[in-house]
Design a protein around this ligand. Structure first.
Ligand code: AFP
Length: 315
């Protein structure tokens, strides 16, 4: 296999890539089932009804029809994959038991369409997937056996890791995912930063960190979509995304199981880091499925700088 991270001249598709890395057959099947499901989600986004679905998720947020549709597409594929023990989505919020006592199978936590409110203004959105071995979905993120996201933007791309590097695939005209970059690595100071949340609600340490980034000439890049914003940090090989603790929301806004753990796994696999500002994201033991946490995620150097400002400025 090419060491890269350059572009590979070979058209290696996702299933071949997983097989050549000798991944577990059932995990390969699971990842490929999710990749297949994304084709139906793409179709729903491109042609679907943007009207409100009328229902709401457990956070009280009105569900867009696309959220509900994407959720159903993934639940159906995962249910019939024959390799899933339990699953839980950010939309439903309850564990769906498929083969709940089978520790040889996998459990999946996912956000079927993160950023769905951006679809009607034609901004990029994504599907985020977190995979554990066994039936327990309340494990710390460091126990994930794989994580992935699919980004529905001008191009459709898929990024995955099974703990041996992080790799990007692009969807071709036949709707197959073929390898673009293998073993993506990021390092050094942040070239770009994505500051979530209202600046007026930042605590002193985060305010000082944001001022430091701006003084260093770090460019602000923020779309409001977690998947495209993280993807930009990863693919530009150097940046930082933050959705910090706020004065009126000490746990921030983003969900640990469905958003933070999978992205933290992927970014760490690229040599980066992910922290609450005080603790490694992947070490958090989830207290409940809908747990929120603050996040600073990107190059190790940038995250360590954020932790330094928070340590120095806040008790
Ligand atoms: P929605 O899924 O409700 O659109 O929220 C998207 C999101 O959870 C995440 O994708 C973004 O990073 C974050 O919210 C943006 O939050 P703000 O709108 O408060 O900046």
């Amino acid at each position: 296999m090419l060491s890269d991270p350059g572009r590979t001249p070979l058209h290696i598709d996702l299933r071949r890539h997983l097989r050549e890395k000798h991944e577990d057959r059932d995990l390969t099947r699971l990842i490929c089932e999710i990749a297949d499901a994304s084709k139906y989600i793409i179709n729903a986004i491109r042609t679907g009804d943007l009207g409100m679905a009328g229902t709401s998720n457990l956070y009280g947020e009105k569900q867009l029809a696309l959220d509900v549709l994407s959720d159903r597409i993934l639940i159906k594929r995962l249910t019939h994959s024959e390799v899933v023990a339990n699953l839980v989505s950010e939309e439903s919020g309850q564990v769906v038991e498929i083969d709940p006592n089978n520790e040889e199978k996998y459990s999946v936590a996912f956000d079927p369409l993160d950023g769905s409110s951006l679809v009607d203004v034609n901004l990029a959105v994504g599907t985020i997937i977190s995979i554990y071995k066994g039936s327990n979905l309340l494990q710390p993120g460091r126990n994930q056996v794989a994580a992935m996201y699919i980004l529905y933007g001008p191009r459709t791309t898929l990024v995955y890791s099974t703990g041996r590097g992080v790799h990007e695939f692009g969807m071709n005209s036949l709707m197959e995912y073929t390898l673009n970059y293998e073993n993506i690595r990021m390092a050094g100071p942040a070239k770009i930063y994505s500051p979530g949340g209202l600046r007026s609600k930042y605590t002193p340490g985060t305010k000082k960190f944001a001022q430091y980034l701006e003084k260093m000439g770090t460019k602000l890049r923020y779309s409001g979509g977690f998947v495209p914003d993280i993807n930009q940090v990863l693919l530009k090989r150097g940046g930082l995304f933050m959705y910090p603790h706020l004065t009126d929301a000490p746990a921030g806004k983003l969900r640990l199981l469905y958003e933070l753990n999978p992205m933290a796994f992927l970014i760490e696999q690229a040599g980066g880091a992910a922290s609450t500002g005080r603790q490694r994201i992947l070490d958090i033991v989830p207290e409940r499925l809908d747990m929120l946490a603050p996040i600073f995620i990107g190059t190790k150097e940038a995250v360590e700088m954020a932790e330094k400002f928070i340590y120095e400025e806040e008790d």
